[in-house]
Design a protein around this ligand. Sequence first.
Ligand SMILES: *[C@@H]1O[C@H](CO)[C@@H](O)[C@H](O)[C@H]1NC(C)=O
Ligand SMILES: *[C@@H]1O[C@H](CO)[C@@H](O)[C@H](O)[C@H]1NC(C)=O
Length: 353
Amino acid sequence: MATTSSSFSIIFGLFLILGVAVSQSEARAFFVFGDSLVDSGNNNYLATTARADSPPYGIDYPTRRATGQQIGSSESPLPYLSPELTGQRLLVGANFASAGIGILNDTGIQFVNIIRIGQQLDYFRQYQRRVSGLIGEASTQRLVNQALVLMTLGGNDFVNNYYLVPNSARSRQYSIQDYVPYLISEYRKILINLYNLGARRVIVTGTGPLGCVPAELAQRSRNGECAPDLQQAAALFNPQLTQMLQGLNSELGGNVFIAANTRQMAISFITDPQRYGFITSKVACCGQGPYNGLGLCTPLSNLCPNRDVYAFWDPFHPSEKANKIIAQQILTGSSQYMTPMNLSTILAMDSQT
Ligand SMILES: *[C@@H]1O[C@H](CO)[C@@H](O)[C@H](O)[C@H]1NC(C)=O
Ligand SMILES: *[C@@H]1O[C@H](CO)[C@@H](O)[C@H](O)[C@H]1NC(C)=O
């Protein structure tokens, strides 16, 4: 029953697409924090079970190797633990994300050696010291203040904690109605720490439609319908997150935090996959068992011939095509998806000041 949302890195995914969009518009550093939806490979430098550097991950890379980290594009930030992240490359930004982690320290406890969010922020502090050594303190502060930051947390606090096993410790401690506000209040502290470290433009994604991923269809669904308990959790979490971010913004007196309703974005292509060019939103491209939703994507898995027509790459993670749709909505989406505004509006605003 244990679901391991262990792997991976939508390398070619969300952060890469956003990072390129941002760096094309102006010289602006890009920092990424959070979990596996944005991990570009830090876990591959750790002795952990939550990693994604075995084939066929990476099949869509230019090199078709599974390195678990993005390569090539000099505009995109490297994983913080990459030995190549030195000198001028530091000025582009860094990716601190780590698969399996959550808002809470006890999330992902089944994985050893993942980089919890507090540690990610410590690395960010260390990063700033390193950059100060290169360009001085004042310039470093400016670089950080002007950077764009992407933060993705929360999904694992349900999948790899509350709902990990029946009768989990957290589910005995809290009803889901009480667990969500607890998560939000802890998340708020993390975001204030991030602000205090200098971040001034932070895109915060909600959780996806957790109950609709192939892994949950395989394990919790009778007839292919989305798992109701996880759907309820995501439905509670996302609006409370947006509300908390708006509260923080009015306290801080600026649009520091921008909520991206990735759940709503994903629901659109899950409920009407054909409209987005997918043949299915239920079956993963790579996996095994019902919906290809069991286990990890390994060399022994079923692998679909055309990844572009699948909404899910593996049992947990959206395909590259799906991530492109999400990235596009973050850039140009309406207020249904982006609060208080979309990224292109922000970039336009910032380039005028
Ligand atoms: C999580 O761990 C960090 C580092 O040990 C600690 O500072 C933080 O307070 C912990 N968070 C919670 C909610 O206990
Ligand atoms: C982005 O947000 C702005 C302001 O809310 C809106 O006018 C615009 O239609 C959105 N989309 C694009 C492509 O800018």
